[in-house]
Write a protein that binds this ligand. Structure first.
Ligand code: NAP
Length: 287
């Protein structure tokens, strides 16, 4: 980090807990690589302090913030403006302070799409099977529907998959199929699918031996995208590779969402590889 002066611009992340965030490592490495006079700090903010923290952005002239669990929805009424994707998703992960106005964006789902496109996959006309119907699944299914993919959503709790499919039909005029996540339905959904996306937390530390899909259902024509990033190679991705399927890991999505936020705060193209190496190192140091 270059020295901090009276001109240094401040960015950061608010959440609770915040100890394990990789964002400070990614953004500070990017600022340094481009010689930008910025610093990125972690702020642990409890639920009851959220309003004070957002007022603090204005009071302290902070340039921008990332927002993580548990504040992504609660922050919305405290902002001045939302971009349409963040509004549709009901979740903000990036705040930009523009002339004293706080604008809320969501760069998680665009980060997912960019990671997919970086591997040469254009969603239009593709059949995508999504596992999960939580916060991450919502943004990912919205952005895929918007990009012209046809979707099948499988979730442990059927009602959440049904509700998400209904929202997609309402917002994008595309019908999405909703099913319970089990082996029988996976056998029905996977043949003919181009992309399988795991948005459940199955396979994440400490349950690294778990997988949401039996290995026998994975085949070479499939691209398997697991958004879990800890561990980087989940059991699902390991078994997908063994089945000669193409794989994309969650770290790429994480770094692309950070890159998008960086670009909004600085107006500069983010150094993706620098950010990725910083995140890889941070993940290794956590072990
Ligand atoms: P969330 O809103 O809590 O949703 C969790 C989802 O996982 C739900 O669909 C839930 O099903 C399902 N699930 C949890 N345990 C399960 C189990 N044992 N069996 C089957 N399904 C199970 O969480 P989220 O914010 O969407 O995050 C989900 C995962 O994505 C986390 O691992 C997170 O770290 C990762 N993520 C990665 C990125 C990235 O940039 N790479 C970004 C965001 C999130 P029910 O509805 O039945 O509970």
């Amino acid at each position: 980090m270059s020295s901090i002066t009276g001109k240094t611009k401040i960015c950061g992340i608010i959440g609770d807990p915040i100890e394990h965030t990789m964002s400070p490592a990614m953004h500070n490495a990017a600022f340094e690589a481009l010689g930008l006079d910025y610093i990125y700090l972690p702020f642990r903010v409890r639920r009851e302090e959220l309003k004070g923290a957002i007022n603090g952005i204005r009071a302290l002239n902070i340039a921008g913030l990332n927002v993580t669990i548990p504040h992504k929805s609660d922050v919305i009424p405290l902002l001045d403006k939302l971009d349409p994707l963040a509004e549709g998703m009901g979740a903000v992960n990036t705040i930009v302070s523009e002339d004293g106005k706080l604008i809320g964006y969501n760069t998680d789902a665009p980060g997912f799409l960019q990671a997919l496109r970086a591997k040469g996959i254009e969603p239009e006309g593709k059949k995508v099977v999504i596992l999960g119907a939580g916060g991450a699944a919502k943004g990912i299914s919205f952005i895929l529907a918007e990009a012209g993919a046809s979707l099948v959503i499988l979730n442990r709790t059927l009602s959440r998959a049904v509700a998400l499919a209904a929202q997609i039909a309402k917002s994008y005029g595309r019908s999405a199929k909703a099913m319970i996540l089990n082996e029988e339905n996976l056998k029905q959904a996977l043949p003919g699918a181009d992309v399988l996306v795991n948005t459940t937390s199955v396979g994440m530390v400490p349950d690294m031996n778990e997988t949401p899909v039996p290995a026998g259902l994975l085949q070479p024509d499939l691209t398997v995208f697991d958004i879990v990033y800890n561990p980087r190679e989940t059991r699902l991705l390991r078994e997908a590779k063994a089945a000669s399927a193409r794989t994309i890991d969650g770290l790429d999505m994480l770094v692309w969402q950070g890159a998008r936020a960086f670009e909004k705060w600085t107006g500069r193209e983010a150094p993706f590889e620098v950010m990725k190496q910083a995140a890889v190192k941070e993940l290794a140091d956590e072990r």
